[in-house]
Design a protein around this ligand. Sequence first.
Ligand SMILES: Nc1ncnc2c1ncn2[C@@H]1O[C@H](COP(=O)(O)OP(=O)(O)OP(=O)(O)O)[C@@H](O)[C@H]1O
Ligand SMILES: O=P(O)(O)OC[C@H]1O[C@H](OP(=O)(O)OP(=O)(O)O)[C@H](O)[C@@H]1O
Length: 232
Amino acid sequence: MTLKLGVPSKGRLMEKTFDWFAGHGVNIRRTGSDREYAGAVDGIEGVDLVLLSAGEIPRELVAGRIHLGVTGSDLVQERIADWENRVAALEPMGFGEADLVIAVPRCWVDVDTLDDLDAAAAAFRAAHGHRLRIATKYHRLVREFLREAGVADYQLVDSQGATEGTVKNLTAEAIADITSTGDTLRANHLKILSDGLIHRSQATLFKSRTADWDDAARASFRALSRRLGLDS
Ligand SMILES: Nc1ncnc2c1ncn2[C@@H]1O[C@H](COP(=O)(O)OP(=O)(O)OP(=O)(O)O)[C@@H](O)[C@H]1O
Ligand SMILES: O=P(O)(O)OC[C@H]1O[C@H](OP(=O)(O)OP(=O)(O)O)[C@H](O)[C@@H]1O
């Protein structure tokens, strides 16, 4: 079967993904009109380009519908349970960098660390009768991180966007979200806990461990790896 390479077809990671492949000697390109989700890989036999949203690439890797895929490491680790057994991170690509962090209101002068958050959470529950709420779309990563840190007295509330606004809107007391420049956190009067870095993300080339790797797919993968310099 052909080797299927999934790349972001829109959003933050798309252009830099195309540039990264070009910079590594592999020309991938969209075919058809701007609106058509079709693409090609020049010069390597048996490789199909699959254009997808970055958020869907983890699922497609696990389902085995693509052999290789480019997406943020945060999205893979959040969306795939036991991700290391289902995909392999082949190459960090040096763009799409963002930190997943826990942040609290700047005016919480006594809360700078996870231990402080733990104490504040217990006090919050005693005072309000419900658990301190942390808004996020990264449920798996936040739960694992807080469990390892020994913070238990909280609840997650789902926020699929504008997460930093939830504190002002009184739907959460703290947040866990991606930050790159820090502007959105600052504008919303939030500060990152000093030990509140959950994951340092960047665009990464992943390989599916669950796809059907027949001889043809393997041969195309070897050719692509050589061109990309992944063997060295
Ligand atoms: N400032 C930022 N804010 C959010 N994500 C960022 C930022 N900088 C880099 N990223 C990364 O970009 C990736 C998400 O890209 P993007 O928002 O284009 O994809 P998506 O979630 O599939 O969105 P859509 O469904 O709208 O295409 C994530 O891996 C994320 O870590
Ligand atoms: O540190 P900064 O450079 O300010 O970037 C961080 C912001 O960018 C992202 O939001 P996005 O633009 O994807 O919108 P969203 O709120 O809909 O997720 C992210 O969720 C933060 O809100």
